[in-house]
Design a protein around this ligand. Structure first.
Ligand SMILES: Cc1ncc(COP(=O)(O)O)c(C=O)c1O
Length: 501
C-alpha cells in the first residue's frame, strides 16, 4: 500500500525518504528539522512539519533548474493539465503573472489588459515596463460579472496597436468564464500571445461540467493557483505554456529564476505534487458528488431577502462570458430593501464561526471545493443553515438599509496619462481624497477581495472613483492604497509640478 502511494507521489516520497534517512544536519535551515524551531510553534504544529521544511539539498532538486524528481513532477503536471511545459510556483499565481509580463514583453511593448484585472497584473506592469492598453469594462453588468470582454473592441485594439500579449482573467472571482476560443483566434490572427489568469479555475480540468480549461481553448500561457480551489498550501500555483515559441519559454524560465526564492520550501513543492496527484485520481468522482448536491440544494437556498444567482440568466449571454463554476454560490440581496452585507459577513464570522469568501455591494459569495464533498450531507445541511441564518439576520434588521442612489458603478474608462511604471518612478505627494479629482494617481486603489483596481497608477482620478471609495469605506470594505488619518482619507498622487521642472 505504501509502495503504491510512493509510486503515485514520486517527488513527495523521494523527499520523505530523504528526511527519514538523515539524522545529523550540518546545513541550513537554522531550525534543523525543528530542533531549533520556536517551542510555541512546535507545540501547535508538532515536530514533523519542520522535518519537511527543507530546500535545495541533495534529492530535493533545484526549482530554477530542475533535473530530477522536480522535473518529472512538473512534466506530470503538464500531462495532467494538457500543457507543453509547466512550472511549480511558490509565490502564488502572482509570481506567474509577473514572470509572463517580464519575460514575454520587452519594456515599451504593448499589452492588452482588462481594466478589471487582478492587482498582480498592475504590479507586473510596473516591474516589466510594458505599456498597457486597457480594455473597457462592459457597462450595466452586475458586480459579479466583472472582467467581461467585447470581442469587437478587442479586434479594434489589436488592429490599432502592435500588441505583443493579451492578458485576461477567466474565470473571475465569481467563477464566470470567458469564451476563450474566439479570443485566442483573434490574438493569433494579430500575432499576439494569449495569457489567461485562471487563478480561480485550477479545478476545471477535473470534471466535464466545469467550464472548459483555458489550455484546451487555445491559450498560450495559463496561470492557476493551487491553493484557491485545490488542496495545495497557500502560495502554491502552476504556470503552464502551450506556446510554440521556445524563446518565450526560455525567458519565462529566466524570469522565474529571478523572481522566485532560491530556497523554496519542500512543503510547498510537495503540496503541489500531492494535491495534483490526488485530484487527478479522485477529482471526477468527488466533483460529481459535489455538483449534484449543489444543483439539488440551490433552489432551497432562496429566501425573502436573498436569491441564489444562476449567472446563466442574463450574464452569460453578455460580455463574452460562456461558463459558470457551480462551486461558487452567490447570494444576491433581493426583496424591497438592500442592506450592508459587510455587517452580515462580520456577524456570521463572530457569532456563528462561519467564514465566507466575500461580501460585495449587493451579494455574498461562498466558495465550495472538493473538501466540501468529504461529508456531502453535512455540506447540504450547512448550506441550508447558512441560508436560514442570513435570512434571519436580514429579518432582524442587521446592516443598515442602502439607499437607492448609493450604489456607485465606476465602469467607465478613465484617462490614462502615464504607464504604471512611469507613475511608480515619478515623485509623489499625499493629497486628501476629497480634493483629488483630476490629480494623476500614483496609487493603486482596490477593494480586497476581489482585488481588482478602482484606481490605477497613471490615471486621472475621476469623481465616480472618489465617490465609490468614500462609499465603500463607509460600509467597511477593506480598501488598499488609501490611508486614513483623523477620519480623513488620503491618496498618493503624482507631483505634477515636479514633472514639469
Ligand atoms: C484573478 C486573480 N488572479 C491572481 C491572483 C493572485 O493569486 P495568488 O494569491 O495565488 O498569488 C488572485 C488572487 O486573489 C486573483 O483573484
Amino acid at each position: 500500500m505504501q509502495d503504491e502511494e510512493n509510486r503515485k507521489n514520486p517527488f513527495a516520497s523521494e523527499l520523505t525518504e530523504y528526511v527519514q534517512e538523515r539524522k545529523t544536519f550540518y546545513c541550513m535551515p537554522g531550525h534543523k528539522q525543528g530542533k531549533g524551531a520556536p517551542s510555541f510553534l512546535k507545540k501547535i504544529w508538532g515536530d514533523k512539519v519542520f522535518g519537511y521544511d527543507i530546500t535545495e539539498v541533495s534529492k530535493s532538486d533545484v526549482l530554477a533548474y530542475p533535473k530530477k524528481e522536480l522535473k518529472l513532477a512538473q512534466e506530470r503536471a503538464s500531462s495532467i493539465m494538457g500543457a507543453k511545459r509547466s512550472w511549480f510556483l511558490v509565490n502564488g499565481s502572482s509570481v506567474g503573472i509577473h514572470a509572463i509580463l517580464g519575460g514575454l514583453v520587452d519594456p515599451g511593448q504593448k499589452v492588452l489588459v482588462h481594466r478589471e484585472c487582478h492587482k498582480a497584473v498592475l504590479m507586473g506592469l510596473v516591474f516589466s515596463g510594458a505599456v498597457p492598453i486597457y480594455l473597457e469594462p462592459t457597462p450595466n453588468l452586475p458586480e459579479y460579472a466583472y472582467g467581461s470582454i467585447d470581442l469587437i473592441k478587442v479586434e479594434e485594439l489589436l488592429k490599432a496597436h502592435d500588441i505583443k500579449l493579451v492578458l485576461v482573467t477567466s474565470p473571475n472571482y465569481y467563477g464566470i468564464s470567458l469564451d476563450i476560443p474566439p479570443l485566442s483566434e483573434l490574438c493569433h490572427k494579430y500575432n499576439a500571445s494569449l495569457f489567461v489568469d485562471e487563478a480561480h479555475g485550477t479545478h476545471f480540468s477535473f470534471h466535464p461540467d466545469f467550464p472548459t480549461p483555458a489550455l484546451k481553448c487555445g491559450a498560450d500561457y495559463v496561470v492557476q493557483s493551487m491553493h484557491k480551489t485545490l488542496g495545495g498550501l497557500y502560495q502554491t500555483a502552476l504556470l503552464h505554456s502551450a506556446s510554440r515559441n521556445k524563446r518565450d519559454d526560455e525567458r519565462v524560465d529566466l524570469m522565474l529564476a529571478m523572481l522566485q526564492s532560491t530556497s523554496p520550501s519542500a512543503l510547498f513543492l510537495m503540496s503541489i505534487d500531492a494535491a495534483l496527484t490526488e485530484t487527478y485520481e479522485h477529482g471526477k468522482k468527488t466533483y460529481s458528488l459535489l455538483l449534484e448536491m449543489i444543483e439539488t440544494v440551490r433552489p432551497m437556498l432562496n429566501s425573502e431577502h436573498f436569491i441564489v444567482i444562476e449567472p446563466s440568466e442574463g450574464v452569460l449571454d453578455a460580455g463574452g462570458f460562456i461558463g459558470f463554476d457551480q462551486c461558487k454560490v452567490i447570494f444576491a440581496a433581493a426583496g424591497p430593501d438592500e442592506r450592508n452585507l459587510i455587517k452580515i459577513k462580520d456577524k456570521l464570522s463572530k457569532e456563528h464561526g462561519i467564514e465566507i469568501e466575500l461580501a460585495g455591494e449587493k451579494h455574498l459569495l461562498l466558495t465550495l471545493s472538493l473538501a466540501d464533498a468529504d461529508d456531502i450531507e453535512q455540506t447540504r445541511e450547512n448550506l441550508i443553515y447558512f441560508s436560514d441564518t442570513i435570512e434571519q439576520m436580514a429579518t432582524d434588521g442587521v446592516g443598515e438599509i442602502l439607499e437607492e442612489d448609493e450604489y456607485v458603478d465606476i465602469r467607465e474608462l478613465p484617462i490614462f496619462e502615464l504607464t504604471p511604471r512611469d507613475a511608480f518612478y515619478t515623485s509623489k505627494k499625499v493629497m486628501r481624497l476629497s480634493e483629488a479629482e483630476y490629480a494623476l494617481s500614483s496609487s493603486m486603489v482596490c477593494i480586497y477581495p476581489p482585488g481588482y483596481p478602482l484606481i490605477i497608477p497613471g490615471e486621472r482620478i475621476n469623481e465616480a472613483a472618489i465617490h465609490k471609495i468614500y462609499h465603500d469605506h463607509r460600509f467597511g470594505f477593506t480598501i488598499i492604497g488609501i490611508t486614513e488619518k483623523d477620519g480623513e482619507l488620503y491618496i498618493d498622487v503624482i507631483d505634477e509640478d515636479d514633472i514639469e521642472q
